[in-house]
Design a protein around this ligand. Structure first.
Ligand code: MBD
Ligand code: FE
Length: 264
């Protein structure tokens, strides 16, 4: 059964590519340049990057339609999710360096069921770039699992975690993927974003990203993954009382977002 689908979709891909070669009169030189490009992409470990940048947003679109376009909009996972991030203890603080650069961010919200009502004990797996646009476990500079963590919603479905505001991010542009974007006349930037995966008993899992209003790359994301329902507002808080309440000695930003998971 599984094999039947594989044969069907592969043969269709074969037809599409063969027709594309005919349509454009692809030359032997161009063909071999393409083969070498794929070889270089693999050697640079950029196959996930290349495919995520150009294709994953369509897979996400199809997946969201298949779940009835219900609940929080889904978004692409991207190439940098790592399983097994540290499970955090309350009050939740993302793993970060003592001198972690960037503005502090209090990310808070609720996890609700599409059927109505909060979901207690939903698992939230959060990962993000640092203030320099660098992901741990990808770039060797940050410590392992820096700014990667898992935590749960409370009895009322609420969560709050302290992290830092991620920077706008350029996908690696030294390698073949960046080279291709340049040849296409496209820039390599993604708007700043937080990645999350949510799981809860009896509900469909959710993989998505959150973006920030006013980001200059919302309209031209190199990965074409921004959806209006995922653009949130960063609110700066420099109230002394609010800072003291959280044991913070500097102004911080807050981001409030409520997630909604469809029932399984
Ligand atoms: C990222 O951080 C990302 O989220 C995507 C989709 C592609 C490249 C880098
Ligand atoms: Fe990312």
């Amino acid at each position: 059964m599984e094999n039947e689908r594989l044969v069907k979709i592969f043969e269709d891909l074969e037809d599409l590519l063969q027709e594309w070669i005919r349509r454009h009169g692809i030359t032997s030189q161009e063909y071999w340049a393409g083969v070498r490009f794929l070889e270089r992409t693999a050697a640079a470990d950029e196959i996930p990057l290349l495919t995520n940048v150009f294709l994953e947003h369509v897979v996400d679109e199809v997946g969201y339609r298949q779940r009835g376009e219900e609940g929080t909009p889904t978004c692409i996972e991207g190439p940098y999710y790592i399983e097994g991030a540290p499970e955090l203890e309350r009050p939740y603080v993302m793993p970060m360096r003592d001198d972690e650069p960037g503005d502090l961010l209090v990310f808070q919200g609720r996890v609700d069921s599409s059927g109505g009502g909060p979901i207690a004990g939903a698992l939230i797996d959060l990962w993000q770039a640092d203030a320099e646009g660098v992901y741990s476990n990808v770039d060797p500079r940050p410590p392992e699992f820096n700014l990667r963590g898992r935590f749960r919603s409370d009895e009322e479905g609420r969560f709050e975690v302290l992290t830092i505001v991620p920077a706008a991010y350029t996908i690696p542009h030294e390698g073949p993927t960046g080279e291709l974007l340049t040849l296409l006349g496209r820039h390599p930037w993604r708007p700043a974003h937080l990645h999350v995966k949510l799981t809860a008993d009896g509900h469909l899992p959710l993989t998505t990203q959150l973006y920030f209003e006013g980001d200059e790359y919302l309209e031209s994301d190199a990965a074409s993954a921004v959806k209006p329902g995922l653009v949130t507002e960063l609110v700066r808080c420099d109230d002394e009382g609010a800072m003291r309440e959280r044991g913070l000695e500097q102004p911080f930003f807050t981001l409030a977002y409520d997630f909604e998971l469809p029932k399984e």
